[in-house]
Write a protein of this length. Sequence first.
Length: 561
Amino acid sequence: MIEKTQTEEKSLNFLEEIIENDIKNGKNGGQVYTRFPPEPNGYLHIGHAKSICLNFGLAQKYGGKTNLRFDDTNPSKEETEYVDSIREDVHWLGFQWEKELYASDYFEQLYQWAVQLIKEGKAYVCDLSQEEISEYRGVPTKPGKPSPYRDRSVEENMDLFERMRKGEFPDGARVLRAKIDLASPNMHMRDPIMYRIMHAEHHRTGNKWCIYPMYDYAHGESDSIEGITHSICTLEFEVHRPLYDWFIQALNIHAPQQIEFARLNITYTVMSKRKLLQLVKENHVNGWDDPRMPTICGLRRRGYTPESLRLFAEKVGVARRENVIEVELLEWCIREDLNKRAQRVMSVLDPVKVIIDNYPEGQTEELDAVNNPEDASMGTRKVPFSRELYIERDDFMENPPKKYFRLSPGTEVRLRYAYYITCTNVVKDAEGNITEIHCTYDPATRGGGSPDGRKVQGTIHWVSAQHALDAEVRMFDRLFSSPEPENTEEGKTFLDMMNPNSLTVLRNCKIEPFLKNTKALDHFQFERLGYFTTDADTKDGKLVFNRTVGLKDSWAKTIKN
RNA sequence: UGAGCUAUGGUGUAACGGUAGCACUACAGUUUUUGGUACUGUCUGUCUAGGUUCGAAUCCUGGUAGCUCAACCA
């Protein structure tokens, strides 16, 4: 009997297609080995998260391995601090690397290979200045002309290169160049620089070296040494691929395949490392992990989970065309995750006092509240109730518009998990601000249901005034508010596009006593207000929360319509 | 006046010569102890002009638009 198999396979992205083809054809013995190769010159951001998920995800899917390799070939920019943060962020995202390696591990091997290329007449020492090299190289539309040092003898090249290594020459005096093609339409093939002299202390090799390999020379060889099969990088390296292949071929070593994909862009989000560094250095934000930053550590502190970031990476897909992902997708991903795991809790960010006149003074009772309506296994908790409560200031309106379902004079609403209450009176201060809302409650509605079956239109959250804890809540808006912060035309810099109200601190928030023992990075849904995450640092024992993301629809917006 | 890459709804991403689908967004509705969640529905799409073909988003040619490339950065 033949069974009809409904193969509901998810369609493959172009990377998976390439890899499956390679496996099918027995290339690399059917193995998949990838690498994530950051330069330790800054913190990782969400764009890197996409690359990490791609590299590790692909290897995982096809039973392969992934290395974490630090591309540390330029000591003037690199620091150990960055190495540590990168290691931590990749780990936090949920990935384990096969090996932790450094391009600097290969300096000696790279040097030997350079010697080999010199001996084969494929590389030469050039004494031209930086400006001269640039001039000799020509422009894309016109061929360059050969350096006068291009035809030095092997002996002279060897002598000079050895002396470069020994430190006999000052920075910039000479470089080692590959002898390729000055007429190539691809500028990267016009005798690219392989080594430059740089008397700088390297974060790992110290002062052992004063010549350092360039990216183009080091990267492919590093991939090759590690046995990488698929070297996945972003689109701007596409023009480097012929050079990548040239070195591999000239050296006749294992040939990884470089494949490029389009980097991630997100609306309203600055993704350039240079600009993020500027935001930090000029103190426009409070460090790399400021919750407004698109860095992985910033997102973590804001309350994003590894799962949500991995989901995002999956949802944005991968292709070779330029793209700008709407930030709404990122927000959907974290809501999707937090909705399942975050405990519901009642919290009042902008409190106004409610007094239940017919509730006995001094009486306290405990009511049952469910922790997560989506997940009964998360259980219930007790919420204390008393005569004086706080509710959200905007949950009361003296003169409500139509479709306002919450508290107003004469209307009855449900206090969630508690009682129906009806507003009878309002007390104001000299400026006309409401200071107390007086209500009566119906004792028969305990728990929030009415025996007579009458309905209330609204349900609002509350906390007991005498039991409530004080908390500080930080609300983060988008750092950039213009339609396209990357658009710096009309003389504007990206800093001009910054939203001055991107951080609001609410210091007078009241939260359920239940929240007393929260740990850093605990996630909660404050009913109707959004998702909040305990900040890593609490001040003076005071609870501090960061708002991760709001709920999908804002209440205010609905009222406006 | 060079080379390379890319073009599918508002945004992403599928369809690999044979019914243009999925997700996000937006809007509408059902359920609901918060207007959330869940579920249902609606709106929008193959850059353009030719060609090949019974049949083209897909193949070919021309155009147009966008991106990348002229660091001793990665």
